[in-house]
Design a binder for this molecule. Structure first.
Ligand SMILES: [Zn+2]
Length: 286
């Protein structure tokens, strides 16, 4: 999900039903009731799990996004120009991602699913490479853009729905999750659901920010040194606005999770020192 539309909603956090119904003391990674507030941000609280040390904020997106969850819901000229202006930056990254995918599989005739397809750019690159392309994007404005710009019909149905879990069980050669796991409500379930639709021998490619980095440590130190008053750096890592960052994995947490689901990790790239550093994982379903 490389593009984010800035929305002006102020009432979303207060009105999000899914956030109200979920007990955030239940860890979103290990599912034990061992999480408690750790960092108070301006509009959210970062919870940490005493069992597995997973960090996540007390916000969930309404899905499917209702009108109040997606204020910028019409693809007017301003929105179109905004998305267009964001494309070159994400294209640079997505072309790199494409080179990575091609290192492992020939895409010609391959069945591929891009989850969190955004404006459809990676789906378009897959199509150019000769793949059969499917994509999921919950935000209507991006689906509309992808349709008009690339002629690609992205699906609104998220990966947990019957449409995918029953209709496409064990089907895909390739599933991609570019910048998705930090955005979704339930990342562990998301990965399990992705696993379910991959065929034996098929591939999962993903990237997501890494928490055990120097930048995150500095953000935590700065919060503590300021007696909880200085949350500025942590604010840049999490947001309760729709489709923004809700959780950040450590490398160990992510590797453990994909392993428990059943993937074998073929390759991993990451570094402790770069700010906002990402982990890039190449996984295979046995
Ligand atoms: Zn936990």
């Amino acid at each position: 999900m490389p593009l984010e539309i800035k929305t002006e909603q102020k009432s979303v956090v207060a009105t999000c039903e899914q956030s109200r119904e979920y007990d955030f003391s239940r860890c979103k990674l290990c599912a034990t009731f061992a999480a408690s507030p750790k960092y108070k941000l301006e509009k959210a609280t970062v919870y940490a799990c005493a069992e597995c040390d997973f960090h996540f904020i007390n916000h969930l997106d309404n899905l499917p996004p209702g009108p109040q969850g997606n204020v910028t819901s019409t693809l007017d000229r301003k929105a179109w120009e905004y998305i267009e202006a964001m494309l070159p930056a994400s294209e640079k990254q997505l072309r790199k991602n494409m080179l990575l995918v091609k290192r492992y599989i020939s895409l010609s005739g391959a069945h591929c699913l891009d989850i969190g397809a955004g404006a459809g750019l990676f789906a378009q690159l897959l199509a150019e490479a000769g793949a059969f392309v499917h994509g999921i994007e919950p935000q209507g404005i991006f689906r509309e853009f992808a349709q008009q710009k690339f002629g690609i019909a992205l699906k609104e149905e998220t990966i947990d729905t019957r449409h995918w879990q029953q209709g496409f069980a064990g089907f895909f050669d390739v599933v991609t999750l570019w910048d998705v796991l930090e955005h979704v409500n339930f990342p562990a379930e998301n990965l399990q659901n992705a696993y379910n639709v991959i065929k034996p021998g098929g591939w999962l490619f993903l990237d997501t920010p890494r928490r055990d980095t120097l930048f995150y440590r500095i953000s935590e130190w700065s919060y503590r040194l300021g007696g909880g008053e200085n949350s500025r750096l942590l604010e840049s890592l999490y947001s309760p606005l729709p489709f923004r960052h809700k959780q950040i994995f450590t490398l160990r947490q992510l590797l453990k999770l994909v392993g428990e689901i059943g993937f074998s990790v073929t390759s991993m790239q990451s570094s402790f020192f770069r700010p906002h550093n990402k982990m890039v994982l190449v996984c295979r379903k046995p």
